[in-house]
Every structure is written in C-alpha cells, then in structure tokens.
Design a protein. Structure first.
Length: 382
C-alpha cells in the first residue's frame, strides 16, 4: 500500500462516511488542516538546521517557501567555508524547483486530494528537479502521436520510469467520485490538459498569445475494462433476466449457468443446446423480453437480429453489436469528443474520435473484455 493511501486510510475513521467528502466544507477544511499539520515550520538559523524533510517539503505554501529562501540567503551571507555554502546554495535551488512546479500544478483544476497525491508522487520519486527542467519544453496533448506508449514518451524528458508507471496506474475513489488510471498522468504532464468537466480530461484551446480561450475538447480516458454505456455498473440482470429465466424454465437456467462467464456466451450455450423446436419457441419469448429490459434507453433488437440465424445464437456477434449500440448512446448522451484507451500496465495507448470508437469495436483495435452485467467492457486489443 502506498503512503498516500495508507495515510488516508489511517484518518478515515475521523470522517462520518469513512473518507473525506470534498463537497462538505467542514470535512474539506478538516482534511487540509490535517495535511498542513504535517508541515513542520522551523526557522533556519544555522547549517545544522538544514534538514531535507523540513526545508524541501513540497506541501509548503508559496509564502512558506519564500520565507525559507530568505532564511537561506541570510545564512549564506554568514558562513565562510565553501562546503557549507554549496550545501545552502543547493537547498535554495531545490526550493526554487518546488516553488515553480507547485505553481504550475496549482493551475490544473485538481481537487485538493488529487493535488496532494500528485505532489507526493513527485516528491517521493525525487522528480522535482526533472519536472522543473521539463516545464519550458512541456508538450501539449496535440503533440502526442495517435498511438504509442506514454511511459516511453515521457522518459525522453528525463522522468524516472517508476514515477511514470506509478502515476499512470494511480486512481483514487471515494464515495463514487474520483479519478481513473491515466487521468492524473495526463493532467500533470501535459501543458494544455486540465481536470475535465463532462470528460475525464479537458484539453483547452489557446490563442496566439498562449492565453486559454473558450472551447477545447473533453477527453475520456479508458483503461482496462472501460464501460461505454448508458447503463451503470449497478444495472444488472439479477432483478430482471435471471428471475425471468428461472421462472421460465429451471432446466434452461441450469444450462445457461454452465456457459462461459460472459453473458453472450452463456446465451449461446443455452440456445444452441436446444432442439430446433425448443429453440424456436424460446427465442419467440426471449427476444421481446430481453429487448424490453434495455428499451427505456436503447433499442438492442438490431444486435439480436444479427446474432440469431436459423434459431442459433452467436455470442461473439451479439456482444460486439450491443457494445456498439450502447457506446453510441453513451457518446450521444455525454457529448464526449474524444477517447484515449490505455493499457495502464504497459503504458500503451491509442486515441479515437467518437466515430472511430464505434468503428473499432470488434474488427478494429478495441475488443470486449467482459460482460457480466447489462453492459460489456472494452479494452485495447493486446
């Protein structure tokens, strides 16, 4: 367990919900006070006071950093030996790294906890100096290739691979809110990316002077097991189809349960095990019922029509077609303009427009990786 998660778990009991609710002003203030209490405020009066964990604390406010720099400058005037002078000068420079990088991060629309997480990752992996040197040559989202490897791209700028890998995989969830893998990475390391509105990441447009202007794109980051659907994870078959099938025919329910875990292949296992007459009768009842489960939000009848031929059911065709239908409805509802699909373990990624996502499901670069509730999950093909 990483130190940030461990710290949040240790203080969880102090909050009514078991986690700090950042929409609650009192709980937000309480969390920030706890974090600020971790910062030691000590004056620097001699070389003996040069303690790394105190002076180079990345959670310091800008004013505290300036005070430390002033203290160090005053101390520099009083010492005579070259070794002590070099040590003081090194601390002053490192404070400058922290100040500049933190100033940049403050503009990224991070929630308080997200900003704490990012700064902790940078500090723990000793990346403040590298980050400082990266700032003047920072790349934009548009500089990324359409596909590639995020870790290898950023390693070229001197970042440590472990830091990049850990930041890429990092997610944070609390009470149904949070960020998924890749979001902190992209917002932190790309110049024109910010925490999104509708999407996970907002790519903001700028004019010729570099000033941020209205517009930009909302990008969704999808890691392994991406759900593009107007149905949520809580929408399952437990309260509809499963009850219907058990009531319809207990033997059929048994055959359905013997199939592969994914729903389309369980249906294939059941339907294709029936005699022609049994299959014909079952499909006559099954198709309108199964369609009705989804009908409030989408029409899945075209997916069933393509998957059924001569009273036989093709699970592979069905899961691809319903994935396209649900993804289309999701994109129209959320009005997301672009997607970045990510393998969080390797760092491999591919970008898609909304239309390209639909066209790549199945025969293209995206495949169904799971389908246990009412929505299939998508991922990059390996």
């Amino acid at each position: 367990m990483d130190p940030i998660t461990k710290y949040l778990n240790n203080i969880a009991y102090k909050f009514p919900k078991g986690y700090p609710d950042m929409d609650n002003p009192e709980e937000k203030a309480m969390l920030l006070e706890m974090v600020n209490n971790l910062i030691k405020e000590e004056e620097i009066e001699s070389v003996d006071d040069l303690k790394v964990d105190i002076i180079l604390d990345p959670e310091q406010e800008a004013g505290e950093i300036e005070d430390k720099k002033d203290d160090l400058q005053d101390l520099l005037k009083t010492v005579t030996d070259s070794k002590s002078k070099d040590k003081i000068a090194s601390f002053i420079k490192n404070l400058e790294y922290i100040d500049k990088v933190n100033h940049y991060l403050d503009k990224k629309n991070f929630d308080d906890i997200e900003e704490i997480l990012v700064k902790a990752f940078i500090d723990r992996n000793n990346q403040y100096k590298i980050f400082y040197e990266y700032l003047p040559k920072m790349i934009n989202y548009s500089n990324l290739p359409s596909d590639g490897n995020l870790i290898q791209i950023m390693k070229k700028y001197g970042f440590d691979e472990k830091f990049l890998s850990d930041l890429l995989k990092r997610d944070y969830q609390a009470g149904g809110k949070g960020v998924g893998p890749g979001e902190l990475f992209l917002v932190t390391l790309l110049k024109d990316t910010y925490k999104g509105g509708k999407g996970d990441v907002q790519v903001k447009a700028s004019d010729e002077t570099g000033v941020i202007v209205a517009g930009g794109k909302e990008i969704e980051i999808k890691a392994t097991g991406a759900q593009l659907s107007v149905f949520s994870r809580s929408d399952t078959f437990s309260n509809n189809f499963y009850k219907w099938l058990k009531k319809y025919n207990e033997i059929y329910w048994g055959k359905y349960s013997e199939g592969r875990i994914r729903v389309p292949y369980r249906l294939e296992n059941l339907i294709n095990s029936l005699s022609p007459d049994e299959s014909s009768k079952f499909l006559k009842d099954f198709i309108p019922y199964f369609t009705s489960i989804y009908s409030e939000r989408v029409d899945i009848k075209p997916a069933l029509d393509k998957a059924i031929n001569n009273n036989k059911f093709d699970g592979s065709i069905f899961e691809i077609e319903i994935a396209k239908i649900l993804a289309t409805a999701y994109i129209e509802k959320e009005n997301i303009e672009g997607f970045l699909f990510l393998d969080k373990k390797s760092g491999n990624f591919d970008t898609f427009s909304s239309n390209e996502v639909i066209n790549n499901i199945g025969d293209g670069k995206l495949e169904v990786s799971a389908y246990s509730d009412m929505s299939p999950r998508l991922r990059l093909k390996k």
